[in-house]
Design a protein around this ligand. Sequence first.
Ligand code: FAD
Ligand code: NAD
Length: 406
Amino acid sequence: MSKPKILILGAGYGGLMTAVRLTKELSNEDADITLVNKHNYHYESTWLHEVSAGTIHHDKARVLIKNVINPNRVNFVQDSVREIKKDEKKVILKNGELTYDYLVIALGFESATFGIKGLDEYAFAMRSINTARRIREHIDYQFANYNNDKNATPEQLAIVVGGGGFSGIELLGELVNRVPELCREYDIDPTLVKITNVEGASSILPGFDPELVTYAKNFLESKGVQFKLDTFIKEVTPDSVKIQAKGSEDLEEIKAGTIIWTGGVKANAIVENSGFETNRSKVPVKDDLRAPDDDSVFVVGDCALIMNEESGRPYPPTAQIALQEAYVIARNIKHILKNEPTETFVYKSKGTVASLGHSDAIGVVFGDKKLKGKAAATMKKVIDDRSLFLQGGLGLLLKKGKFKPF
Ligand code: FAD
Ligand code: NAD
């Protein structure tokens, strides 16, 4: 009898960890495991703000998949998923197709642009190594160009970050470190460079601990960031953003050479386009993380929607929840293969820590313990290092770990 075929789409936190855990839960005889990913590397999406600002090199944030998974146990296919034909248990790739008995969808996130005019065309977004590297190169170019182009204006040095959620704030934390370096490198007066954050809510990091929010805002303001709160980005043009304050009829225009959108994420569109039942672009998975309309399909990470019964809202899409889901999916696939009942996924939040550059941060951990400053920055590095260890053991931790002192 042929072995069941398990197919994992995407090698981000959810997909890579599912592959790693399946090799621990199953023996070679139990199933064939295939992992498909666009690139031959996995990247730490949670470090993309550092790659985008240029405060770390992109190679630090990526690792070859063959160095993490056991090639004798997992067949790795480098290809792009185009469509999932769930009725035929088939996945269409750019260069072929694959069939499955059990599918794990781990295709991650895309930017949510909410139909804002010009956003797709003229704003950058941090979605992958390629998009982050392009942001870094673009900012570098603006600074390199400034003293060479007789028509250059300080507006071309200006940076607008749209959205003051965790991605936007972590990016600003890196930019306030990087911009002074760029000014030194290209002989530019730092007072010429304006960094603006536009946030639609009345506060940055809406819903997060108010004391820590104030700390982060004061910290970034002290480094020169200007905040426009209660203000929405309405349109992006090749050299500006048009914004509107709550309650105002008028649009204000901010000229900027670099516009980066961090206003929200949604699931990879392949999920919706493949005909799965979705809610806010994601699959509202059952308790055991299977799709509601297909028992052979598991969904992990940013493509899955799980309700927090306490708050009545979905859990936010994070690497933390994706990693925890991967453990349960691997066990549930084993249970199914052994004709055992599946387990219910229960999320255990370990807290949230957001960096403010290399040596500052804010966070709430261990339930309600608040951290800020160097203690929080240390915790953030511990979290990043733990994630590396879970994915690739001591070898990956030693290669890519964040050990640099403040
Ligand atoms: P992803 O990590 O997005 O991985 C998806 C994988 O699928 C990628 O390898 C991609 O290349 C591949 N893929 C996509 N499309 C295709 C295709 N068509 N064919 C083949 N392969 C494909 N969360 C935290 O918990 N803590 C943090 O500190 C944190 N910081 C963040 C900082 C930033 C700047 C950002 C943007 C996000 C951060 N997050 C954080 C959120 C976290 O990164 C995501 O929730 C997490 O990456 C989701 O994991 P995933 O496995 O679902 O998808
Ligand atoms: P988000 O949805 O959390 O934040 C987007 C922000 O943009 C919101 O504050 C929203 O009010 C604002 N916004 C939306 N439309 C706007 C508009 N037109 N004009 C101005 N502001 C607008 O998105 P994110 O920050 O990219 O985070 C995505 C996910 O990744 C979240 O679940 C987050 O928790 C997670 N994340 C976690 C960390 C961490 O734990 N350190 C870091 C980064 C991201």
